[in-house]
Design a protein around this ligand. Structure first.
Ligand code: NAD
Length: 502
């Protein structure tokens, strides 16, 4: 393709238009480096236009009956299901994910849209009759206005769909700034939302990097910001957004541990640990990147190594591939550097995927499964989120030691324990300082009728506004106390603070 033949449009004021910018970001196929598109860096005028259009869209949409908003979501989930394979193919080509993994990414987003179809029930307020004589108190849940979302590269369908469907179903308008590394999937999601009958300007999509995000963070029209991405950027977004008096939720990076007790089902552990650590090339915020082998389970390291040796990366349409390349040559170099540091700092590299070759794809961002043992807490392979197919193994004597180790890590996104002991599992779920806990399952990602609940440095904000609590994040509560009849009951009988007039 020529550079100008596949420039990604923005969705501003209801139109898919080309940016006037002179700054374009290459979007490449991570398996081949082939240029598949270019994303613009939105100009300040374009961001302003998106904000103004979103502000206007809100005026009518907030008064659109709730069942009408729910029906848009019903149609949207139907369209997403019809286009599931097509979306997965777009996604696989720009992220490098295997086709099955890409389908999973889309599906987890569809589940959020299904949840948004329940908006009439989700958005209900509360009522108490007769809080005093003939006085009733009731609350309504009202939308905020213009909300914005900033999303990472690693789930270009699921994470935008965590945000705009629920925000819009609540009656808000929304501005999405998707990752510049894979903007094609979010654009197709936007097209389908309009096809589902949403007002054309209820969702705006702008592209770019920090400058576009900064313009959203400081604009007083924007009431709430949802962010998903790395820890440093999450901290920046939270601080800047709240400094500008916005509601902010920032889901950030992770370092997830799997605790393996010696009474666990050995085969289940070996099978699960491989997918959880190197699946999606380790580019999941819920990937298991540390296995903590307790007591005699340390003898299972050889089994883990053998199973990891049996999986290999490959192109998105290779049915034999276990996972794809990492997103970019820069991301690959970063992972290779951390692997090198692990060796230099004294960890034992039992399996090194640094030089893996994938036949037919000499330019791909490949990294093979990599396994370290003898890892200590001061090594960068332990302190950093690697975001590659690298598993660190640590050994401890007791469950107490495992809990202490994990509670001392700054991140707290997800964790899992494999054990046959109910007592050990119950203790673990109670004492561990991590938001999402799995028991005998590899990756504990909750469905949208629960909340996605990272702790510590994995989340900044007051509400985990994915799924269940999203309606609270994207709305305000208005409480009304009313006397409906003009009668002679003294005002002082009410719950309000008054003086006695008699
Ligand atoms: P990233 O932080 O680099 O980028 C995320 C978004 O922020 C992108 O849209 C990007 O354009 C924007 N951005 C980047 N730098 C910025 C800056 N200085 N100022 C303002 N905006 C900026 O993250 P990524 O590499 O795209 O995604 C991977 C990260 O996301 C990992 O750390 C992963 O753990 C995390 N993640 C977390 C969750 C979760 O739920 N906790 C889910 C998925 C991914």
């Amino acid at each position: 393709m020529t550079k100008s033949s596949n420039r990604v449009p923005q969705l501003i004021a209801g139109e898919f238009t080309q940016s006037a910018t002179s700054e374009w970001i290459d979007v490449t196929n991570p398996a081949t480096q082939e240029l598949i598109a270019q994303a613009p860096c939105a100009t300040p005028a374009e961001v302003r236009q998106a904000i103004e259009s979103a502000k206007q869209a809100f005026v009518e949409w907030r008064d659109t009956p709730v069942p009408t908003r729910a029906r848009v979501m019903l149609k949207y989930q139907e369209l997403l299901k019809q286009h599931h394979d097509e979306l997965a193919e777009i996604l696989a080509k720009e992220t490098g994910k295997t086709f099955e993994d890409a389908k999973g990414d889309v599906w987890r987003g569809i589940e959020v849209v299904e949840h948004a179809c329940n908006i009439p029930s989700l958005i209900m307020g509360e009522t108490v009759e007769n809080v005093a004589n003939r006085i009733d108190t009731y609350s309504y849940t009202q939308p905020l206005g213009v909300c914005a979302g900033i999303t990472p590269f690693n789930f270009p369908a699921m994470i935008p769909l965590w945000m705009f469907p629920l925000a819009i179903a609540c009656g808000n308008s929304f501005i999405l700034k998707p990752s510049e590394q894979d903007p094609l999937t979010p654009m197709r999601l936007a097209e389908l939302l309009i096809e589902a009958g949403a007002p054309k300007n209820i969702l705006q999509v702008i592209h770019g990097r920090k400058e576009a995000v900064d313009a959203l963070l400081v604009d007083p029209v924007i009431k709430a910001i949802s962010f998903v991405g790395s820890v440093p950027v999450g901290q920046y977004i939270y601080k800047t957004g709240t400094d500008n008096m916005k509601r902010v939720q920032a889901f950030a990076g992770a370092k997830n541990h799997m605790v393996v007790m010696p009474d666990a089902n050995r085969q289940a552990v070996i099978n699960n640990i491989v997918g959880a650590s190197v699946g999606a090339a380790g580019q999941r915020c819920m990937a298991i990147s540390v296995a903590v082998l307790v007591g005699e389970s340390k003898e299972w390291i050889d089994d883990i190594k053998r199973t990891l040796e049996g999986v290999r990366p490959g192109a998105w349409d290779d049915p034999e591939a276990a996972f794809g390349p990492v997103i970019s040559p820069q991301a690959k170099q970063r992972v290779l550097d951390i692997i090198k540091q692990g060796k230099e700092q004294g960890a034992t590299c039992l399996l090194d995927g640094s030089d893996v070759v994938v036949e037919g794809y000499p330019k791909g961002n490949w990294i093979g499964p990599t396994l370290f043992s003898d890892v200590t807490v001061d090594m960068s392979i332990y302190t950093e989120e690697i975001f590659g197919p690298v598993l660190c193994v640590m050994t401890v004597d007791t469950l107490d030691d495992a809990i202490e180790l994990i509670n001392n890590h700054p991140c707290g996104n997800g964790t899992t324990i494999f054990t046959a002991s109910g007592a050990a599992a119950r203790r673990y779920q109670h004492e561990i300082e991590v938001g999402q806990v799995g028991i005998n399952i590899p990756i504990p990602v909750p469905l949208p009728f629960f909340s996605f609940t990272g702790w510590k440095a994995s989340f900044y904000g007051d509400q985990h506004a994915y799924g269940k609590q999203a309606v609270r994040f994207y709305t305000e509560t208005k409480t009304i106390t009313a006397r409906w009849f003009d009668d002679d009951i003294p005002a002082s009988h009410g719950p309000n603070m008054t003086i006695n007039l008699k």
